[in-house]
Every structure is written in structure tokens, then in C-alpha cells.
Write a protein that binds this ligand. Structure first.
Ligand SMILES: Cc1ncc(COP(=O)(O)O)c(C=O)c1O
Length: 482
């Protein structure tokens, strides 16, 4: 909580919770970390978690759950059909978003699958502030394409713009006029944005986009997977929201949208997903797909225990103490790195701390995956696994050349209420060391490259022996220390 002042120390983000269940962690010696990352094909998705000290890959399904969530899991009604658990979750989703209909799905991308199948047809264009990997793939699989209409600030990695996730309204109207409303089934706003550094969207921008959508009779869809952090930024950075409660801000955002979907692995701090909307017609169309792809209508592929936890998680997402934890820890992490000159995305956003890999390892050619190389190096020197969010996460160009990403980032996610401040200080310290030794980091090349979403399970190797040299320098500086 940022409004608690310290007497002697500089203000620190103070946890408004206590730890009651812990999980033991393991920090391997650096030689074993080197073997582990090689075995994982230099892809942090392929590391075994027993070899990871701080799992900063994602917040997806990894946020700490509250006592109330764990308690609620014990009252789950496991009925295949008509489960009482479903009605509790439906009520919680209706309360949070204020929409009439709720459809359950097993996670966020399952919602995207159902929405794309129902709404996108061959040749359609879907404007959005920024794409997410699975969103784009589902739209493309249905014959549509994605057009990003982010503001110029969005990809300026160093900025003081408080809402870099905003839609550029002029670009949106120009796009509608050039493509034609008949080819635009919906405009999508991702709140907040994943691939450009967890940057938020203002309520004012959502309202303005909604007005444009109404003018052209186009639906507005909101991806609320990352709305928890976004709500925090609306509350602390936006004058319009100053005197609103978090629940009121969530409702004001929701009121602007026709359809909202979310990954409950993120919003809800459990595992699952859901879609809310007021249109009976679209609800009926999607309803028919749920038993085919997800499960019966009253569980949609989710475990009923997780559904109970999501219902409580939605309620807790309106608690400022809960939603401030991630962004405030990330800001503190960023402060330490910036004081050492490490290039990061500013202002710090939600979800995780984002390192500007293009600045840090600019000596590595773009085709050798700057962010992925940095990610591999971070694991070697710290045992922490982050996620590449750059060229490797992009699809190749049609001619087979690399599509160099507009932002080349490494994300170190801070799942909510999981890590302590000393763990944040540890990883910050190792990154500062790595920054001072960045000239030792080299590139990667594919040894196995899947055609679609290659970042998940693709395998790579170092282009030379830079990893061994990095280990040697680490040992020189840290001696026997892990
Ligand atoms: C903005 C956004 N949308 C959709 C998804 C997909 O959700 P899931 O991982 O639950 O399939 C994610 C996951 O990271 C996300 O960040």
C-alpha cells in the first residue's frame, strides 16, 4: 500500500496480508542451471520447475490464493449439470461486470476460440490496441486479421505517459473508414496490455472508443484478463477515477463494452475463464459451442473447486490492498534497476517488470533473438525464469524472414502476493550484475521451430560458447555463492 509512510526508511510497498502456507524453493549451483537451460532448449517454458528458484514466467494461474478462496473450494458442488457452484460464479461475474449473461470456459484462450468462431469470418479485420498471441492466432485461424491502433507512446519504451495502452482514436476512425464497417465485427481493447509492458488503458479512452463504436454500430469487446492491475492504475493515475471505488471503476469500464472475456488464471487468481455480455442472440450462438469444445454449460471445462475460487477472486479484485500489491512491487523492482542504469519499460506497469532487451543486448542481431538470449542469461545467473516477449513470440513473415518485433522485452512476472521483497532485491541485484557484464551475452538460433506459436515449445541453442564464458565470469565474481 503506497499511502503508508515510513519514519526512517524510504517508503516501501507494505504487504497487507500474511503468509500462512509456504512452498520450499531450490536454487541450483550455476553449472547445474547452465545444464538445465541447455536441456530446455534455451526456452524458459521448457524448464522443469524444480530447477527454477523464482518462477517469474507468468502470473497465469500462479497468483497466491486467499484463505477465503481456499475455504470456498471446499464447498464446491461437483454436479456435472446444474451445479450450485456455477450459479455462485455466474452471480459473482454478473456483479463484477454488470452484464446479464455469463458463459464459462476453461481459460482465456478458450473464450477467444469461442468468440472468434462466432464473430470472425474470412477477410474480417479486428482493430485492437495491441494483440495478444493467442487472440491473434484464433482470429487468424478463422480467416480474420488483426490491426493494431495503439498510440505513438505505446511502443516508446521510455515514457512518462500514464496510459500507454490507450487506443489511438484517430487511427481507429481512419481504419474503420478504410476497411468498412461490414468487415469489422468488433473492436477489441486489451486492459491492460500484455505484450507492451503491462501498460494500462484509461477509463476516458474506453469511453471514447465506445462512442466511436456506437457511431459506426460496431461491437466493443474488452479482454479483461489483466484488468486487476489496470483498475489500480485507473484509481491512482486517472483524475476521472479519483473519487470512484474500484468496483465502480470496473463497472464503468464494463458499461462501455458489449462483450467482455477474461482469463481467470489472471483475473480471479484461480484457473478458468468466462465471457459476459447482454446480447441474447450472441449468447445463444456461443452457448451451443460450449458443450462441444469446453464441457457442459455449468462448468465449461473448469473444475468446480476452481470456479468457487474464481467467484471469490472476482470479489477480491475490487480490494485496493489486493490489486496494489503487484504494481507496487513492480515499481520498487524498477526503482532498484533504474538506479543502476538498467533500461526498463517506463512507467512500470502491471503483470511484471519489463526489461528493454534491445537496449541491453543491442550487440546481438535481431534475428538471433535479443530478448530470448537475455532471458536465457538471466536464468543462468539467477535461477529466475522470465518470459521472452519479442521477436521469438512473433510469427515469421510470409517470405520466411524474421518479423522483428516492435518491442524486444523480457518480462519478469510478479504473480500477486507470491514473492517477498528480499526475493525482488535478489533478482534485481543479479540483473544489475548481468547488465554490467552484458557484453558476454550472445545470440540463439533455432534447433526445433514449430510453425505456430513457436515460443511455447520451440528449442534453441547458443550461437557460440557465450554461456560458458558467462558462467566463468560469474564464478570469478561470486566465488562459491549460488
Ligand atoms: C491479455 C490476455 N488475454 C488472453 C490471455 C489468454 O489467457 P489464458 O492463458 O488463460 O488462455 C492472456 C494470457 O496470458 C492474456 O494475457
Amino acid at each position: 500500500m503506497s499511502n503508508i509512510k515510513f519514519y526512517k526508511e524510504q517508503n516501501l510497498p507494505l504487504e497487507m496480508h500474511k503468509v500462512r502456507i509456504v512452498q520450499k524453493l531450490n536454487l541450483l549451483p550455476i553449472e547445474e542451471r547452465l545444464s538445465a537451460i541447455k536441456e530446455a532448449g534455451n526456452n524458459t517454458f521448457l524448464l522443469r520447475n524444480k530447477d527454477v528458484y523464482l518462477d517469474m514466467l507468468t502470473d497465469s494461474g500462479t497468483n497466491a490464493m486467499s484463505d477465503l478462496q481456499l475455504g470456498a473450494m471446499m464447498i464446491a458442488d461437483d454436479s456435472y449439470a446444474g451445479s450450485e457452484t456455477f450459479y455462485r460464479l455466474e452471480k459473482a461475474a454478473q456483479k463484477f461486470f454488470g452484464k446479464k449473461y455469463f458463459l464459462p470456459a476453461h481459460q482465456g484462450r478458450a473464450c477467444e476460440h469461442l468468440l472468434a468462431k462466432t464473430l470472425v469470418k474470412q477477410g474480417d479485420v479486428d482493430p485492437m490496441n495491441y494483440h495478444f498471441t493467442t487472440t491473434k492466432t484464433h482470429i487468424q485461424l478463422c480467416g480474420g486479421s488483426v490491426e493494431e491502433i495503439y498510440s505513438d507512446e505505446a511502443i516508446k519504451l521510455t515514457s512518462d505517459c500514464p496510459f500507454k495502452g490507450n487506443v489511438d482514436l484517430v487511427k481507429l476512425e481512419n481504419l474503420i473508414n478504410s476497411v468498412g464497417v461490414e468487415h469489422i465485427p468488433f473492436v477489441r481493447i486489451e486492459m491492460g496490455t500484455n505484450l507492451i509492458g503491462g501498460q494500462p488503458v484509461s477509463l476516458e479512452n474506453v469511453k471514447a472508443v465506445s462512442e466511436i463504436c456506437k457511431k459506426y454500430n460496431i461491437m466493443l469487446m474488452i479482454d479483461a484478463s489483466l484488468i486487476t492491475d489496470n483498475l489500480y492504475f485507473n484509481k491512482v493515475r486517472e483524475q476521472l477515477c479519483e473519487n470512484m471505488s474500484v468496483a465502480e471503476i470496473a463497472r464503468a469500464i464494463s458499461d462501455c463494452a458489449d462483450i467482455i472475456y477474461f482469463s481467470a488464471r489472471k483475473l480471479g487468481s484461480a484457473k478458468g475463464g468466462g465471457i459476459v455480455l447482454n446480447s441474447k442472440e450472441i449468447y445463444d450462438q456461443m452457448k451451443n459451442l460450449i458443450p462441444i469444445y469446453e464441457g457442459f454449460l455449468t462448468y465449461g471445462g473448469m473444475s468446480t473447486r476452481e470456479m468457487e475460487a474464481v467467484a471469490i477472486g472476482l470479489e477480491e479484485a475490487t480490494d485496493i490492498d489486493m490489486i496494489s500489491h503487484g504494481p507496487e512491487f513492480i515499481a520498487e523492482f524498477g526503482r532498484i534497476l533504474q538506479s543502476h542504469g538498467v533500461p526498463i519499460v517506463t512507467p512500470t506497469g502491471g503483470l511484471g517488470l519489463h526489461l528493454n532487451a534491445r537496449e541491453i543486448v543491442g550487440h546481438i542481431p535481431g534475428e538471433q533473438f535479443q530478448a530470448a538470449s537475455l532471458c536465457s542469461a538471466i536464468y543462468i545467473v539467477s535461477g529466475a525464469r522470465g518470459m521472452e516477449r519479442g521477436t521469438l513470440s512473433e510469427e515469421k513473415n510470409a517470405d520466411g524472414s524474421e518479423h522483428i518485433a516492435s518491442c524486444e522485452l523480457v518480462r519478469l512476472a510478479l504473480p500477486r502476493r507470491v514473492f517477498t521483497l528480499s526475493q525482488v532485491r535478489y533478482i534485481a541485484d543479479r540483473i544489475c550484475w548481468l547488465y554490467d557484464n552484458r557484453h558476454l551475452i550472445g545470440g540463439l538460433r533455432f534447433t526445433e521451430e514449430p510453425k505456430v506459436m513457436r515460443f511455447f515449445i520451440g528449442r534453441l541453442e547458443a550461437v557460440n560458447d557465450w554461456q560458458e564464458k558467462l558462467v566463468a565470469k560469474f564464478k570469478e565474481d561470486f566465488g562459491e555463492s549460488l
